[in-house]
Design a binder for this molecule. Sequence first.
Ligand code: GUN
Length: 318
Amino acid sequence: MKAIQINGKTIAEALRARVARDVALLQTECNVTPGLAVVLVGEDPASSVYVKMKARQAHAVGFRSQQFLLPSNVYEADLLGLIDELNADDSIDGLLVQLPLPGHIDLWRVLEAINPAKDVDGFHPYNVGRLAAGRPALVPCTPLGIVHLIKTVVSDLNGQDVVVIGRSNIVGKPLALLLGDAGCTVTGAQLQTRNLPDLCRKSDIVVAAAGCAGLVRGDWLKPGAIVIDVGINRALDSTGTAKIVGDVAFAEASKRASYITPVPGGVGPMTVAYLLANTVNAAVSRRGLSLAMDREARHVGPSCLREQSLEVDLQRAT
Ligand code: GUN
């Protein structure tokens, strides 16, 4: 078997186009332009790249987009002061602080300072709790992107056995909740899980989000499994050149899986696309506009977050 690659780049592009259409509708019908503020503390190279990408894509779909770059030695009180200002600024609908933060700053004090209605990362305990309770919430972007990718290749998630490797607040925990709500039987695993290879072999869908390069081997997979690789790890190839690799041994896994996401170009682009979708959602919900926008389609919420006829873009793994 040769797995088919799930092309996150083009699927994310289609989602961004829907977001752009929603933004145009919000502007013409409601005179609202969604605003996204992204705060970066310090100069971590990877974080700087992500923040620039978020700002660029926000601008491209028609948002008002602002970046706040603070020095790595900023006082926590000053960061909290900036968050208070952005919370109070009515032109800002979505607000995120790029992680990780320098060690002298208390992560939870920062996350809990963000107005939950503007928490487009979905990291505030208010939104975490609402997601866990099955209530409408702002939901973390990477898990939303992963569910979207899975739905492009599985028509019915009911009864699917899924293993999620990794229990982070950003990916593993919220993803397990979303997939459970969708009818999957989800096992939350981690590096210490006993018999991890056997657990994977019993699973229809394997999501690797442990931050461990090449962890999931080809012979860990049930033939025909769906493999979602969330890892972004720096590694050296055989010539000593640095490259980005996932948590899955891609070449081996491609021989057993039916569908697989590449790294890069799989899950990564979906995260930013859902940040944009969440920002439209926040702009709409904060103003109680959802029904007005969706009157014709009789749907609640912006079209970019609706149950979709998902555009599939697949290509044979080479
Ligand atoms: N760092 C790694 N992923 C994320 C994310 O999704 N949001 C934020 N704010 N920081 C991150």
